[in-house]
Design a protein around this ligand. Structure first.
Ligand SMILES: NC(=O)c1ccc[n+]([C@@H]2O[C@H](COP(=O)([O-])OP(=O)(O)OC[C@H]3O[C@@H](n4cnc5c(N)ncnc54)[C@H](OP(=O)(O)O)[C@@H]3O)[C@@H](O)[C@H]2O)c1
Length: 169
């Protein structure tokens, strides 16, 4: 089973503030939905909490939450207390590519354990002072990268961005 991270970050690596995103980029959201559709998506409990109730669990995906709270339950999601157990669960479900969808703590955990095969990373062309969470620096030398697509600033997108895929060499 492949393990992929998927994230969007500013030039300063910012990914969130006040347990929320800092931008609304419809074509990046569309990319996220298309890429993760049908797969397991593993997220930290804070990320889960940040998703508006109307949008969670994410439809057409197996939602998996990581928490240290032994009695945590969430409608429509599976709950685990270790990333290893979450990956085992996905593997038992015949998953071929499982997605770690953040936030910062869970990205850092997956990277630190060396479990990551690919990173789909949206580079938002702006800085976000006051951000509280950041995408962890990782050793780009270990990965090949390709640009999947770019988006100019327009009436629907306040910021330009480009989406890169990093694949472990
Ligand atoms: N731009 C993006 O692509 C993107 C993507 C996702 C999220 N975000 C943003 O990221 C922010 C949230 O990130 P965050 O770093 O604060 O929180 P997070 O990673 O979403 O969740 C942290 C929580 O995960 C649980 N956890 C952490 N390490 C664990 C471990 N080793 N074992 C078991 N459970 C563990 C803990 O839950 P308990 O406290 O319940 O024990 C912890 O409080 C939000 O602002 C969100 O909008 C941005």
């Amino acid at each position: 089973m492949e393990v992929s991270l998927i994230a969007a970050m500013g030039r300063d690596r910012a990914i969130g503030k006040d347990n929320d995103l800092m931008w609304h980029l419809p074509n990046d959201m569309k990319f996220f939905k298309e890429t993760t559709k049908g797969h397991h998506v593993i997220m930290g409990r804070k990320n889960w909490d940040s998703i508006p109730a109307a949008f969670r669990p994410f439809k057409n995906r197996v939602n998996v939450i990581l928490t240290r709270q032994p009695d945590f339950i969430a409608d429509g999601a599976y709950v685990f207390s270790s990333l290893r157990d979450a990956f085992s669960f996905a593997q038992q479900g015949s998953e071929d590519e499982t997605f770690v969808i953040g936030g910062e703590q869970i990205y850092a955990l997956a990277l630190s354990e060396g479990w990551v095969n690919s990173i789909y990373l949206t580079h938002v062309d702006a800085e976000f002072p006051g951000a509280h969470t950041f995408f962890p620096a990782f050793d780009e030398e270990l990965f090949d990268s390709e640009i999947l697509f770019t988006q100019e600033k327009d009436e629907r997108h306040t910021y330009a961005f480009k989406v890169l895929k990093y694949t472990r060499k």
